[in-house]
Design a protein around this ligand. Structure first.
Ligand code: TQI
Ligand code: CA
Ligand code: ZN
Ligand code: ZN
Length: 164
């Protein structure tokens, strides 16, 4: 079933801010904006959490596309391998989500689906670790499913509702 991080870190407020600091050139900006927004809605739909986009200053969840070494000591590895990573809730880098811009990001059933990966990463940003339930969003295996029909699996819903 779902797992929390050790010490069960979580946000102690329900209105969280997010900021998109850089973009991939694989998709038009508005498609990136939309995928990020929908990926956050996966979680706000089933909790009291709300997300507000900000354009200046600090945000709780700062989102970047970067390649190789990008300043946090967890360099990306070129195309394939690691797709993205995110930090559990907390100050500083806590909550931030980074996407490997050496991947081919897409909005459809080819390459790497940004919405699905972002929804998984934001699970980490909010305090969920990996689940051992096959088919859960937080199960550590990338499997494509049509984002149009996406429904948050029950295990992930139970996990996030336990936290918030
Ligand atoms: N990135 C790993 C992940 O997000 C990085 C990671 C490993 C991690 N353990 C972690 C991040 C613990 C936070 C906490 O799981 S990844 C998948 C999935 C990756 C993998 O690029 O391997 C998805 C990114 F689940 F499909 F395997 C997104 Cl959806
Ligand atoms: Ca990679
Ligand atoms: Zn990083
Ligand atoms: Zn993960």
């Amino acid at each position: 079933e779902y797992q929390l991080f050790s010490g069960a870190p979580k946000w102690k407020k329900t209105l969280l801010t997010y900021k998109i600091l850089s973009y991939t050139s694989d998709l038009p900006r508005r498609k990136v904006d939309d995928a990020i927004k929908r990926a956050l809605m996966v979680w706000s739909d089933v909790t009291p959490l709300r997300f507000r986009r900000v354009y200046v200053g600090h945000a709780d969840i700062e989102i970047t596309f970067a390649r190789r070494e990008h300043g946090d000591g967890f360099p990306f590895d070129g195309q394939g391998g690691t797709l993205a990573h995110a930090f559990s809730p907390g100050e500083g880098r806590g909550g931030d989500a980074h996407f490997d811009d050496d991947e081919k990001w897409s909005e459809v059933n080819q390459d790497v689906n940004l919405f699905l990966v972002a929804a998984h990463e934001f699970g980490h940003s909010l305090g969920l670790n990996h689940s051992n339930v096959y088919g859960a969003l937080m199960y550590p295996l990338y499997s494509y499913q049509n984002p149009e029909n996406f429904r948050l699996p029950a295990d992930d819903r139970r996990g996030i509702q336990k936290l918030y």
